[in-house]
Design a protein around this ligand. Structure first.
Ligand code: NI
Length: 176
């Protein structure tokens, strides 16, 4: 159990296609625990293994902070979207790997996802609302895709410029 360093935009691991998990076991259980610890500490509503530097297809998501009615948090191994609604939704999204940036992203409103749980048992879940959005965002991470890639090239360019500028600005007070 540990809070891990979150990789930021520019880290090559965020752009790689993560590898399938071959077998459940202690390594994956420990990874999932670190993902939970790091996500809740941040705090965030989802986190994918590449964001803590591990290029494996594992993610966690829990959107109850933003949607109290949402389903409880879930850890998924080798998840994939098997169905996506034609209906889309447009909501503001951010990413723990690009702190401070937010933008409206259009995604399918509802998805069906299959994968396994941390013990390797098959899992199929239907999601809507923020939960569907977070799961799609995290699955994108497993394919090296960031929410910026879902925007128009112009908007993406503007946002990355803004992010780089903010990042290089010296902090007003040194971190304690
Ligand atoms: Ni993200």
């Amino acid at each position: 159990m540990a809070i891990r360093k979150i990789e930021l935009l520019g880290a090559p691991v965020l752009r790689r296609r993560a590898a399938e998990v071959e077998a459940a076991g202690e390594e994956i259980r420990a990874l999932v625990q670190d993902l939970w610890d790091t996500m809740y500490d941040a705090p965030g509503v989802g986190l994918a293994a590449p964001q803590i530097g591990v290029s494996l297809r594992v993610l966690v998501a829990d959107v109850r902070q933003t949607d109290p009615e949402a389903a409880p948090g879930v850890a998924l191994v080798n998840p994939r979207v098997v169905e996506a609604s034609e209906e889309t939704s447009r909501e503001v999204e951010g990413c723990l790997s690009i702190p401070g940036l937010e933008e409206v992203v259009e995604r399918p409103a509802r998805v069906v996802i299959e994968g396994t749980d941390v013990e390797g048992r098959p899992l199929r879940l239907e999601a809507g609302g923020m939960f569907a959005r977070a799961l799609q965002h995290e699955i994108d991470h497993l394919d090296g895709i960031l929410f910026l890639d879902r925007l128009s090239p112009l908007k993406r360019k503007m946002l990355v410029k803004k992010w780089k500028k903010a990042k290089t600005r010296p902090a007003a007070t040194p971190p304690a």
